[in-house]
Structures are given as structure tokens and as C-alpha cells.
Design a binder for this molecule. Structure first.
Ligand SMILES: Nc1ncnc2c1ncn2[C@@H]1O[C@H](COP(=O)(O)OP(=O)(O)OP(=O)(O)O)[C@@H](O)[C@H]1O
Length: 276
């Protein structure tokens, strides 16, 4: 596909890092005020696995993502990506946050190019080409010259997904990326996320408190305890891929998983009513 930037778009380049193995081994973490969030917590993701962390508010999901990305350090224990201790500037890491966090004064294209520019990756023409490639993958190459305010919330979150993917991360950390969107847009972006993941193959750690979203996306759903806790339970999602909103969400097995996870979350909440 050639666009008015005179550059080729989707499917012109498919340079991917291999997916990352993530190991969290027996970490302990408390905030400076003494609030303990993790005690001897461990989590492992295989390369290419799609893990969803599910838990009620306050169980430590965001804290865990900050630890996984190296922004916070555990007091003890280790977190490694492909065997190397995690650091925020690792090229293997990509992030998508709950709000798109786009620069309002930069075009959509420049927002997606931004990380490549900051990391001095590629020359200017190649950066633009790569940005357009990932914009095309999220269906927004035609919006390259628009400013963020000209896009809907869902489109802005697509741009932020393209920005993360343009760095070709081996581990993509997604912190409730679609929580602020309406249900229809969220379902569409769930489908979009799976399509991109099946194409690009990175390891994904996705945080949500939405049970249906967790089942739809995951290879494995990890239910977290209220802090200070650990893993309450895990559920392998044995539903074939590709998954689509129309077909997958009505499967009897999907409904069984939903009931099972509602019970797990209810256990977590009822065991901790005093702290919620
Ligand atoms: N800077 C901080 N200092 C002290 N305690 C904190 C700090 N940030 C978070 N906490 C506490 O740590 C626990 C975990 O917080 P965290 O934000 O990771 O939970 P969460 O599961 O992401 O919640 P939510 O779904 O509401 O965002 C909570 O009890 C929270 O009050």
C-alpha cells in the first residue's frame, strides 16, 4: 500500500524481536509508607503467551506493572526478561496505558514515530515508514496527518497501540488500556488486539478488572489476591483461536469460565471485605 507520504504501508516490513520469557521470582514489595503489596510473589510467562492479570481494585495490578517495567524495584526477589534483570529503557518492553497519552500538538504519525526518534532507531525516512506500517496495522494510516483531538477515544487508543508496536517490543505491558472506552469500542479493540498479537507474536501481560475481556483475550487468566497477596488462582483458557466477539463470547465454555472467574473474584473480595 502506498500513501500520500510516498511510503509503503502495511506488510512492507515485518522485523520482529523474538517474544520474551518473563520471570518474576519471589518478589517482595512495600511502598515507602510501609504499605505491603507483594510478599514472595512469583509469575512466569512463556515466550508468546498472552497472560491477563485480573483482580479487584487495590490488589496491586498497577504496582505489578510498574515492577515488571522496572519503574519500581522489589525489595527482594528478581524480575527478568529473557534472563536479564528488567530496566525501563529495555528495548524489549512496550507499554499501552489506560489513557492514550498522546502529545496533543503532534500529528498521529509523529506520535507513533516519537519513540523511534527518542531511541535513535533508524533514519527519518525509515522511522516514518515504520510508523505508517503500524498505523496501517491498526487501520489508521489514513489518519496519519490528523491531530489527536480529531480522533475518537477508541482511535486514539489505537494510535497508542501503534506507538507501542512500532518499537517492536518482545514484551507488551497493557494496563487496562480499554477500560475508559464504551463496551462496543472495547470489544472491537479486544478483537483487534488479538489479530495484531497473532500476527506479531509478542508476549503480552494485560491488566483488567473485566472478566469477559480477560477470558476473550487470554491464554491464561491470573487472579490476584488483595494486597499483600499473591496469586489467588489461575485459569487456562482453552478456547480455540482466532476468537471473534460474535462467536467466542457465546460459547458454553466462555460462559463456564465467566462463572468460574466470578466465583474466584467473589472469594477474593469476601475474604478482604475489611480492606476494600
Ligand atoms: N504510592 C503509594 N503509596 C502507598 N500505597 C500505595 C501507593 N500506590 C498504591 N498504593 C496502595 O497499594 C495497593 C495496590 O495499588 P495498585 O494501584 O497497584 O492497585 P490496582 O489493583 O492497580 O488498583 P486499581 O484497579 O484501583 O487501579 C493499594 O492498596 C493502594 O492503595
Amino acid at each position: 500500500m502506498t500513501n500520500h507520504h510516498g511510503l509503503t504501508g502495511a506488510h512492507s516490513q515485518a522485523v520482529q524481536r523474538p517474544a520474551a520469557a518473563l520471570s518474576v521470582d519471589s518478589i517482595n514489595f512495600s511502598y515507602p509508607n510501609g504499605h505491603e503489596v507483594f510478599r514472595a510473589f512469583s509469575l512466569h510467562a512463556k515466550p508468546g503467551e498472552f497472560i491477563v492479570l485480573l483482580g479487584p481494585s487495590g490488589c496491586g495490578k498497577t504496582t505489578l506493572l510498574n515492577l515488571l517495567s522496572g519503574f519500581q524495584k522489589p525489595a527482594s526477589g528478581t524480575i527478568t526478561i529473557n534472563g536479564a534483570p528488567v530496566r525501563p529503557e529495555m528495548p524489549e518492553l512496550g507499554y499501552v496505558f489506560q489513557s492514550p497519552q498522546l502529545f496533543p500538538w503532534l500529528s498521529v504519525l509523529e506520535n507513533v514515530r516519537f519513540g523511534l526518534r527518542m531511541q535513535n532507531r533508524l533514519n527519518a525516512k525509515e522511522q516514518t515508514e515504520k510508523a505508517l506500517h503500524y498505523l496501517a496495522l491498526v487501520g489508521l494510516d489514513q489518519a496519519a496527518d490528523k491531530l489527536p483531538y480529531q480522533l475518537s477515544g477508541g482511535m486514539q487508543q489505537r494510535v497508542s497501540l501503534a506507538r507501542a508496536l512500532a518499537l517492536e517490543p518482545a514484551l507488551l505491558l497493557m494496563d487496562e488500556p480499554f477500560a475508559a472506552l464504551d463496551a462496543i469500542t472495547r470489544n472491537n479493540l479486544n478483537e483487534e488486539t488479538l489479530r495484531l498479537w497473532s500476527e506479531l507474536g509478542q508476549t503480552v501481560v494485560f491488566i483488567t478488572h473485566d472478566i469477559d475481556e480477560a477470558i476473550f483475550l487470554a491464554d491464561r487468566v491470573v487472579v490476584l489476591e488483595i494486597a499483600p497477596g499473591g496469586i489467588h488462582s489461575e485459569l487456562a483458557i482453552d478456547i480455540s483461536r482466532p476468537r471473534t466477539n460474535l462467536d467466542t463470547r457465546k460459547l458454553p465454555r466462555f460462559v463456564e469460565y465467566r462463572t468460574a472467574l466470578m466465583e474466584e473474584i467473589s472469594d477474593v473480595v469476601h475474604a478482604n471485605l475489611s480492606v476494600l
